[in-house]
Design a protein around this ligand. Structure first.
Ligand code: ACM
Length: 534
């Protein structure tokens, strides 16, 4: 009787261990384009995981190994040129024509396989896999199923403005980590502005000796007359930049440098006064807001200075795209400068906005000669988007922007975006009313951030392909420290990531919030301040 009941119990336990678990739906953010049929059951990962890879995927295998350890305390070994393992990373040459970043992730009773035509796809497959590995009392398993995924947009950017406040290498690395787990692929690094120059340039040492420091900083808000009374300083050496670039490259993130010209250039003019078109010597501004000091682009030595800076920055950054800013150029100094007036006349330039286009085209030519492509905020088109331009200007700009330029829309006007697309420009949509992370949560709550579509409603079908993606922008004026920054960035960065990766037809805000929760928990456990979820 006793033996019989023991037998029954063991039979029952065998039965229950084979019992069908309920299928656990994958929780992945950004949402994959397609999750195929789930299969009954799970794949169990043992204590020591074998990662197998073919081709040139050592970087991805190493990344997976370190993440398995960091996130789950799982040990793993890596086998190169191998077909078999618990997690297989497979470059599939038959998928050469895949979109950059597309991947297939299959979980079967044989293991987890991630395949793609390119290493970016393998990397994103890994990021998805890391989100679906589950821990049950120290045992790790993955629900069986198939994911077919690819990015909706090729440009999925996060911008950090360090011109206003220098944050430093650790903060940048933390952001790169979070970007990569959200499959964002462009770190747009705003390195110079009126209030600070943040990158070493060997030929012009005063840019950092003078331009990276200010005596005090305005605090509160734009109209405040309060200052903190504390000097602020900081810049990246070239070696530090290289370290960050390597870190980003390992995470399939391209770092796009932004060097502002011809406006937002007070820090450089404070360092080298001959760069400016104003009459007075200035210091690095302690007050925020746009300065009237701009480069005197009619002087050959100023243009040569800018080309020298471009050469040094371009040599450092592998990115093909080079951002030249170009926003909010104030005209007062130009309009009162005899050399500027003479230059405009002799080059048949009718207006300051046209002068900016003329200058921008010269910079674009310079960049294409060294194998780079210029990008700038949407003022570079010569279209007048500010009241101060409209009141001062008498005519449409008579200069046409170089066709190779990427136009970065921040002040959104649909007719101007359509016009740029019609004129053949590639466009990145960073509509400030949706994507400016420095804006308050009252202005841009998470739900509004999530509702952003890089392609505006009713955009002409035939022009949609000109919009290559979007960016979200962490402007730095009122974020003196990391907590203040984090509270703005998290959780909205996740919404922007999904806007860039996931086709709009696959977006669902309620479902997004469910998938967001474990990520928020992770951020909180890392000590990050997280803003409200509405
Ligand atoms: C900008 O916000 N001035 C691009």
């Amino acid at each position: 009787m006793k033996i019989k009941s023991l037998f029954l119990i063991s039979l029952l336990s065998v039965f229950f261990s084979c019992e069908k678990r309920p299928i656990e739906e994958y929780s992945i953010l950004p949402a994959p384009q397609s999750i195929g049929e789930y299969q009954q059951g799970v794949y169990k990962l043992g204590k020591n995981v074998t990662i197998a890879y073919n081709g040139d995927l050592k970087n991805e295998a190493d990344f997976l190994q370190s993440k398995l350890n960091q996130k789950f305390s799982l040990e793993s070994n890596i086998k190169a040129d191998a077909q078999k393992g618990n997690i297989v990373l497979k470059i599939d040459d038959s998928k050469n024509s895949d979109k950059e970043g597309a991947y297939k992730l299959q979980v079967t009773s044989k293991g987890v396989e991630i395949s793609s035509g390119n290493s970016a796809g393998i990397f994103y497959g890994i990021e998805s896999a890391l989100q679906i590995i589950k821990n049950e009392n120290g045992k790790f398993y993955v629900q069986k199923g198939v994911i077919d995924d690819y990015p909706a947009f090729e440009w999925r950017a996060f911008m950090l403005d360090e011109g206003r406040y220098f944050k430093g290498m650790d903060v940048v690395k933390q952001l790169l980590d979070d970007m990569s787990s959200l499959k964002m692929n462009i770190f747009h690094w705003h390195l110079t502005d009126d209030q600070g120059w943040r990158i070493q340039i060997d030929k012009y040492p005063l840019l950092t000796e003078v331009g990276s420091k200010r005596d005090s900083t305005q605090i509160g808000n734009w109209s405040s007359s309060k200052y903190d009374g504390t000097p602020h300083a900081g810049f990246y050496t070239k070696d530090q930049v290289r370290e960050i670039l390597k870190y980003a490259e390992q995470r399939h993130i391209t770092v796009v440098p932004e060097i502002e010209m011809p406006g937002h250039s007070s820090a450089a003019i404070a360092a080298y006064p001959w760069l400016g078109s104003g009459k007075n010597q200035i210091t690095v501004p302690c007050r925020f807001g746009v300065s009237e000091d701009v480069y005197d682009i009619s002087k050959p030595e100023v243009v040569n200075f800018l080309y020298d800076v471009i050469d040094e920055v371009a040599e450092l950054f592998p990115s093909k795209v080079f951002h030249i800013g170009g926003d909010e150029v104030m005209y007062q100094h130009w309009l009162s400068s005899p050399t500027i007036m003479k230059y405009m006349k002799s080059n048949n330039i009718n207006d300051p906005a046209a002068l900016q286009v003329n200058f921008t085209n010269n910079v674009s030519n310079k960049l294409s000669k060294i194998g780079k492509r210029m990008m700038g905020w949407n003022e570079i088109t010569g279209d007048k988007i500010h009241d101060y331009q409209k009141s001062k200007s008498i005519a449409e700009s008579n200069q046409e922007l170089s066709k190779d330029a990427i136009v970065h829309f921040w002040r959104f006007e649909q007719n101007l975006m359509e016009k740029s697309a019609k004129n053949g420009y590639d466009i990145v949509n960073s509509n400030n009313n949706y994507t400016y992370i420095d804006y308050s949560y009252e202005g841009i709550p998470l739900s509004k951030a999530y509702s952003f579509s890089p392609i505006p409603e009713n955009f002409p079908e035939e022009l949609k392909s000109k919009i290559i993606g979007s960016g979200c922008q962490m402007w730095g004026e009122w974020i003196p420290n990391v907590d203040a920054m984090n509270e703005k960035v998290y959780p909205r960065i996740a919404a922007y990531a999904e806007c860039g990766w996931t086709n709009s037809t696959n977006k669902d805000y309620d479902n997004f919030k469910v998938r967001l929760q474990p990520i928020v928990d992770q951020w909180v456990s890392e000590g990050k301040k997280v803003g409200p979820i509405d």
